[in-house]
Ligand binder design. Structure first.
Ligand code: SAH
Length: 351
């Protein structure tokens, strides 16, 4: 929301980006228009990605003017972008209206075009290997600030994303309502229209939110950052595991997979000599029994001097150790190291 001084009157402009179709329809009625105009505005913003009411050519000029007196479209500005030389990953540093910064990362892989979006400014969880953790927590993002990452980058590149992953800065399940509302907007058929199977919500394991997500019946893919199958080591790497212990996480995920009939994806950052050993692979196998899942191994993107990425051979051995599992295992080499695309790197550098 911004305040504009006009004719000595203080007029409040609302950010329209982030509002759902019903809300925009109601706002149109308040402006004395037919409610179906709301759908038209919704489509201009979310489907055609215009950032100026003047481009809404199926609306009469006076209405466009009235809209631009009451609303603004979009809330992000580009501060910096870094493109990786060896992959085509592009990392965007974006500023919010209060001057804080967030990051979004565009990851093209053949036909797949993924945008990794942030859900919070900074993060409160303090995972020891993570760059965002060092910023501390600043605030939650609004629905508008989350969806505008998609609209902004799509408009900038002139392309449509095929996949959205909530794996940027922050813990999505500690900004639950805004994340789920933005996922709904990203999924909406008349708007950004990305299928629910192509939207991934990733959590460090906020257990009450996993139960809520299950009971609300959301269809987006759920990813959980496991990172260690050993309760003590996990508490050390991810302090959130002290509050939400591993055995309770297991129960929550059994509940989720049973009730939703969906698999969960485990993210597993591979840290040399910390969680890449034979006993870790054994413990993973034990942990995931009774949990239909996929496992994504992510060799550490070295952002902290305290941890190293394991050698390629160790990574391959770890994959082989997990093979007997009845679950697909894949290795996600962090893309675009030279684009500083590990979580939080660009923003931390800018602080
Ligand atoms: N808070 C959420 C989402 C943000 S982090 C969560 O924990 O799932 C997204 C993923 O990146 C997590 O799996 C995290 O463990 C991983 N990650 C963080 N820093 C990393 C780094 N430097 N190298 C590789 N993966 C990293």
């Amino acid at each position: 929301m911004i305040y504009v001084h006009k004719d000595m009157e203080l007029q409040v402009k609302k950010t329209i980006t982030g509002l759902g179709i019903e809300k925009i329809e109601q706002d149109m009625v308040l402006l004395g228009e037919k409610s179906f105009r709301g759908r038209q505005v919704f489509q201009w913003i979310y489907e055609k990605k215009v950032r100026d009411f003047d481009q809404m050519t199926n609306l009469a000029v006076p209405l466009r003017q009235r809209l631009s007196q009451s609303f603004i479209i979009g809330c992000l500005e580009l501060v910096n972008q870094v493109q990786s030389r060896n992959t085509n990953t592009i990392k965007y540093l974006l500023s919010l209206s209060d001057g804080l910064h967030i990051e979004s990362v565009f990851i093209p892989e053949g036909k797949r075009k993924t945008l990794c979006v942030s859900s919070q400014v900074g993060c409160s969880l303090g995972c020891r290997f993570c760059q965002t953790a060092r910023m501390g927590f600043k605030r939650n993002l609004t629905v508008g600030e989350i969806v505008d990452q998609v609209l902004f980058v799509e408009a900038l590149l002139g392309i449509k994303m095929t996949n959205i992953v909530f794996m940027g800065m922050g813990e999505p399940f500690l900004n639950y309502e805004a994340v789920l509302s933005s996922a709904e907007l990203i999924n909406h058929q008349d708007g950004i229209s990305i299928g629910h199977k192509h939207i991934v919500v990733s959590t460090a394991g906020i257990i009450p939110a996993i139960y809520r997500y299950t009971d609300e019946g959301h269809r987006y893919k759920l990813a959980v950052s496991l990172n260690s199958p050993d309760p003590e080591e996990r508490q050390n790497l991810m302090p959130v595991s002290r509050k939400y212990p591993l055995y309770e996480l297991k129960k929550a995920l059994e509940y989720y997979t049973r009730k939703s009939r969906r698999r969960v994806t485990f993210e597993y950052v591979l840290l040399k000599d910390v969680n890449d050993r034979l006993q870790d692979a054994r413990a993973i196998k034990k942990f995931v029994t009774h949990i239909p899942c996929k496992i994504n191994l992510i060799p550490y993107n070295e952002t902290s001097a305290d941890f190293q990425r394991p050698a390629e051979k160790t990574v391959q051995q770890f994959v082989d150790l997990l093979k007997p599992l009845n679950a697909p295992v894949s290795v996600r080499w962090s893309r675009g190291d030279d684009a500083r695309s590990a979580c939080g790197q660009l923003a931390a550098q800018n602080e």
